[in-house]
Design a protein around this ligand. Structure first.
Ligand SMILES: [Zn+2]
Length: 339
């Protein structure tokens, strides 16, 4: 082999090494692009799943929550809507933001079963005729939210695929119950006002309504809810502590509420969970029995608004709820919420 040939071989070797290095660089870049694309795809899929929410309802609905922080999720895998739903219940507190349409007390996908509280109030008072064909039951829970009973109620409602309206007390609306309030909305329920203080003496001194106090407490409760749920939140639903039926001189208070875009509503059926101890049911079947006896009969029974409580002491209400829901379903009712 002469020098010339050796030199040629050396150059060929050098060229081969250079080519291999170039190929390795290209492979590296391609691999990086593939990783980025896969990651972006997983991220996008995750976001769209999250956008659809636990219900799996998508399309033209507004996005009802966004994941603010993706750290809790594994971007390498896709999640089912059910998984996202379970996950959001756990991480809801600092990572989820509820988006509501302006002036709503429920998420958009709950609109299908949301009814005007003023109209329902008129119907159960016999001031307006119900022209619908469906039998509708409104499960209403007063005196929450809290971490003891409210989550149990929410679990049962989810399991039974039923919905309810939560009449919250303003003084319990704050950071400490933020997760519960967010879950009430994200699970498709409605939030309503039940005064700020729940103090009978303040709201109805001498059993006569103080319109200014009612107005102030409605505003304060609405404001506390907006601090947690965003400025779009507005509940047009109010229940007087003790019930409108229990007090006098409410005309001025009613009209103050009306000026704020709020209708009051009582109930026409109850489980007896806040009756005096002598009358209060002590077992779940007893509570269902109490409800059935309290319900209006015949034609008037197409629309029922059921008074229940999710105060911290109401364990029996939580225990009885599955039976209440089953009994109402057996009677042909579907469940609505109040807006
Ligand atoms: Zn109450």
């Amino acid at each position: 082999m002469n020098r010339e040939e050796m030199e040629r071989q050396r150059r060929r070797r050098k060229a081969r090494i250079k080519k291999k290095k170039r190929q390795a660089r290209i492979r590296g870049v391609v691999l990086l692009i593939v990783i980025v694309v896969l990651f972006a795809g997983a991220f996008h899929k995750l976001k769209s799943l999250a956008g659809n929410g636990a219900s799996g309802v998508g399309g033209n609905q507004i996005e009802w929550f966004v994941l603010k922080n993706m750290d809790a999720l594994n971007p390498k895998r896709a999640y089912t809507p059910q998984e996202i739903g379970n996950l959001t219940n756990n991480i809801i507190n600092d990572r989820i933001e509820i988006r509501l349409a302006k002036g709503e007390n429920h998420i958009t996908r709950a609109s299908d079963y949301a009814y005007d509280a003023g109209e329902i109030s008129d119907i159960i008072q016999g001031k307006r005729e119900y022209t619908g064909k469906k039998k509708i039951a409104f499960l209403t829970f007063d005196d929450g939210p809290n971490h003891k009973i409210t989550p149990q109620i929410l679990d049962t409602l989810k399991e039974k695929e039923a919905h309810a309206t939560f009449f919250v007390v303003g003084k319990s609306v704050g950071e400490k119950n933020r997760d519960v309030l967010l879950r009430e909305l994200s699970d498709g329920h409605a939030i309503a006002l039940h005064s700020y203080s729940h103090d009978y003496h303040k709201l109805y001194p001498g059993r006569v309504a103080n319109a200014a106090a009612v107005e102030e407490e409605a505003k304060k409760t609405q404001g506390a809810l907006q601090d947690i749920l965003g400025k779009n939140f507005h509940s047009g639903v109010w229940r007087y502590p003790g019930g409108h039926m229990s007090w006098q001189g409410l005309e001025a208070a009613d009209s103050k509420l009306k000026d704020l875009g709020i209708s009051w509503i009582d109930w026409n059926a109850l489980t007896g969970d806040a009756e005096p101890a002598s009358r209060r049911p002590t077992t779940a079947p007893g509570l269902v029995e109490f409800l059935k006896k309290s319900m209006p009969k015949n034609d008037d029974a197409s629309v029922i608004v059921i008074l229940m409580h999710d105060a911290e002491t109401k364990q029996l209400s939580a225990d009885a709820l599955p039976h209440v829901i089953d009994a109402l379903r057996d009677d042909g009712y579907s469940f609505g919420i109040l807006k």
